[in-house]
Design a protein around this ligand. Structure first.
Ligand SMILES: [Fe+2]
Length: 143
C-alpha cells in the first residue's frame, strides 16, 4: 500500500540523489501504512522519527554538495529546506503531544512538497552539479 510512487520524470539526473529521494518515498509510504493500519502510537512515532532524521540527512547532503560546488542558489534552497524541516518538526511535536490527527495531514503535506520540490527546486542544481563533476550514475549500489 502506498501513497506516493517514484517515476522517472522526477529524476534529477544524479543517481545518488535519486536513490535518496526514493528512500524518502519509501519512508513516507511506511508512515502511510502505519497510519492506515492504525498501528500503536509508538510504532508511528518510530517511523515519524525515521522520516525526520532521514529528511535532515538528505538535505544536508544536498546542501553540502551545493557548498562544495559553489552553487549560487544555495541560500534560497537552504531556506526552503529549513522551512520544510521546521514544518515536519512541528507536525512531529503535535503528534508527540497527543494529536493523532496530524498524521494524514503530514502525509498530504509531504506528498505535495516532495514532488514539487524535486521538480521546481532540486532540478535547478543538476546542470551546475554535473558541470562541476557530479556523476550521473553510480559505479555500483552503495547502500
Ligand atoms: Fe532540495
Amino acid at each position: 500500500m502506498s501513497i506516493v510512487a517514484w517515476s522517472d520524470e522526477y529524476t534529477v539526473e544524479i543517481q545518488e540523489i535519486d536513490e535518496q529521494h526514493k528512500r524518502l518515498i519509501g519512508i513516507i509510504n511506511k508512515l502511510y501504512e502505519a497510519l492506515a493500519a492504525k498501528k500503536d502510537r509508538d510504532q508511528i512515532a518510530t517511523v515519524l522519527n525515521e522520516l525526520v532524521e532521514y529528511t535532515k540527512v538528505h538535505f544536508e547532503v544536498e546542501e553540502t554538495l551545493m557548498r562544495i560546488f559553489n552553487y549560487e542558489e544555495y541560500d534560497a534552497h537552504k531556506e526552503i529546506h529549513d522551512r520544510i524541516v521546521a514544518q515536519v518538526l512541528d507536525f512531529q511535536g503535535k503528534f508527540n503531544a497527543g494529536d493523532d490527527s496530524v498524521g494524514m495531514e503530514l502525509l498530504m503535506f509531504l506528498k505535495e512538497w516532495l514532488f514539487d520540490h524535486i521538480n521546481k527546486v532540486d532540478k535547478r542544481y543538476t546542470r551546475h552539479f554535473q558541470k562541476h563533476g557530479a556523476k550521473k550514475t553510480w559505479l555500483r549500489k552503495f547502500w
